[in-house]
Design a protein around this ligand. Structure first.
Ligand SMILES: Nc1nc2c(c(=O)[nH]1)N[C@H]1C(S)=C(S)[C@@H](COP(=O)(O)O)O[C@H]1N2
Ligand SMILES: [Mo]
Length: 429
């Protein structure tokens, strides 16, 4: 493989941040390290400082009681669902376009592993890499190696394929398996990292490669008494080369533990399972790959779908949500502003309509973001409720490809891709 594909040699021992930083600064002073775009004065100031700045969050071994999640899960912001935590939509009211890291939903198959960036290695291997005869088809990158590559920043949602699953039952009376999310298994962040395409090319991508399969460093997932191995799911090479990033920052902070620290895959617009957290290796294959996450799950099964299931899920569907608690109350005869957000995996949002009379009449919402693909569009409508009583608020989005939210979602046994208009209960008092 070319010399450029080999990441710089790294010392084996585990180093703490301060020691690492001071060593690098000494190397710079000795002319052994490069510092492009940083002034000499700035580096000398750093060198003089007794304690170097910490760039990683301090380990928090204590988890929220009874959960496999590291960050706090205040009940006013989250609904705990087994190993997962759903964001409450009312908690997003007043937050900006990006979901704050502390409010971002967590979907864990097992438990958040607390990993140290300086021990972390990313191994690329497999028949889809070029290699000299007799050589091992494997290339490793450390955290610093990724940080040294050109950085890209991108705003994108991560949304569980099962987001809204609970409405298959609540609105349509269907029995489905899986976590009964309402609409809070979605968040938007500004992700920063490197292009997976750049890493694949550095690793020596062969023209025969067809699939890549990132795998997490979290524990093996056991289902029905059987271990399915570590969480992994193949991606077609075309997607891997187009807009996928290996993200090390989320909203300007090092990736938090629960969201994949130190590095996760981020697959814009696709079902959340594609965005593998705590990525430890990526198989690059000249043959198509399969895992339990693109065969028995994350396909559509049921009477409306082929017997063997649909093709593996890729893009997310279209949804809308109000930034309101279920059962919120509104004084009658007064003006209110209702806020919400709509998003689609197929493209930007074109328009949003809202009904405040249970679906009889609809009016356009005012859009507050320039609609873009891969992220949501915020909107609002004013409402002056008349008579007291229980009613439903409905929001219906249409995207630029003409997809719109139907009244009924076509069911599937695992409750994926719920796209129907959600009836949000409120009370006028
Ligand atoms: N390694 C690993 N990656 C994972 C998962 C996991 O359990 N382990 N869950 C996946 C699923 S199903 C979803 S929806 C998203 C959730 O990302 P978040 O927890 O950062 O919101 O991560 C995906 N990546
Ligand atoms: Mo998910």
């Amino acid at each position: 493989m070319p010399a450029s594909a080999a990441p710089s040699p790294r010392p084996a021992p585990r180093l703490d941040e301060t020691a690492y930083d001071r060593r690098r600064l000494r190397q710079w002073l000795a002319g052994e390290a490069r510092a492009d775009g940083v002034s000499r004065r700035r580096l000398l100031t750093l060198l003089a400082a007794t304690a170097a700045a910490t760039v990683l969050p301090a380990p928090r071994p204590a988890r929220a009681a009874g959960t496999p999640i590291v960050k706090p899960l205040p009940p006013e912001s989250f609904i705990q669902r087994g190993t997962n935590a759903e964001t409450r939509w009312e908690a997003l009211r007043g937050t900006g376009h990006h979901t704050p890291n502390e409010l971002f939903f967590v979907r864990n198959h097992t438990a958040t592993p607390v990993l140290d960036a300086h021990d972390w290695r990313l191994r690329l291997w497999g028949s889809g890499l070029r290699s000299a005869p007799g050589e091992d088809r494997a290339v490793e990158f450390g955290y610093d190696d990724l940080r040294a590559l050109p950085a890209v920043t991108r705003t994108a949602f991560v949304e569980c394929a099962g987001n809204g699953r609970g409405y298959y039952t609540a609105q349509q009376g269907e029995t489905v398996t899986g976590t009964s999310w309402t609409l809070g298994a979605v968040g938007v962040a500004r992700w920063r990292g490197v292009r997976l395409a750049d890493v694949l090319r550095k690793a020596g991508l062969s023209s025969r490669a067809v699939d890549v399969q990132p795998r997490g460093l979290d524990a093996e997932y056991v289902s029905g008494g059987e271990s399915l191995g570590r969480v992994r799911r193949p991606l077609p090479l075309a997607k891997a080369l187009s807009d996928v990033i290996l993200a090390y920052e989320m909203n300007g902070e090092p990736l938090p533990y629960d969201h994949g620290h130190p590095v996760r895959v981020l697959v814009p617009s696709w079902v959340g399972i594609a965005s593998i957290k705590w990525v430890g290796d990526i198989e690059v294959s000249a043959q198509p790959l399969y895992s339990p996450w693109n065969t028995t799950t994350y396909r559509l099964f049921g009477p409306a779908h082929p017997e063997e299931g649909s093709a593996p899920l890729t893009r997310q569907t279209i949804k809308s949500a109000f930034e309101l608690a279920s059962g919120a109350t509104f004084p009658a005869g007064r003006g209110h502003v209702l806020h919400g957000r709509s998003w689609s995996g197929a493209g930007a949002i074109e328009r949003v309509e809202v009904s405040t009379d249970g679906g009889t009449s609809w009016r356009p919402a005012r859009l507050h973001d320039r609609p873009r693909a891969d992220t949501w569009t915020r909107w609002s409508v004013t409402w002056r409720p008349g008579a007291p009583g229980a009613t439903h608020l409905l929001a219906r989005a249409t995207d630029t490809t003409g997809r719109t939210q139907p009244e009924i979602a076509v069911p599937n046994t695992q409750g994926y891709l719920f796209n129907a208009v959600v009836r949000h209960p409120v009370t006028v008092v």
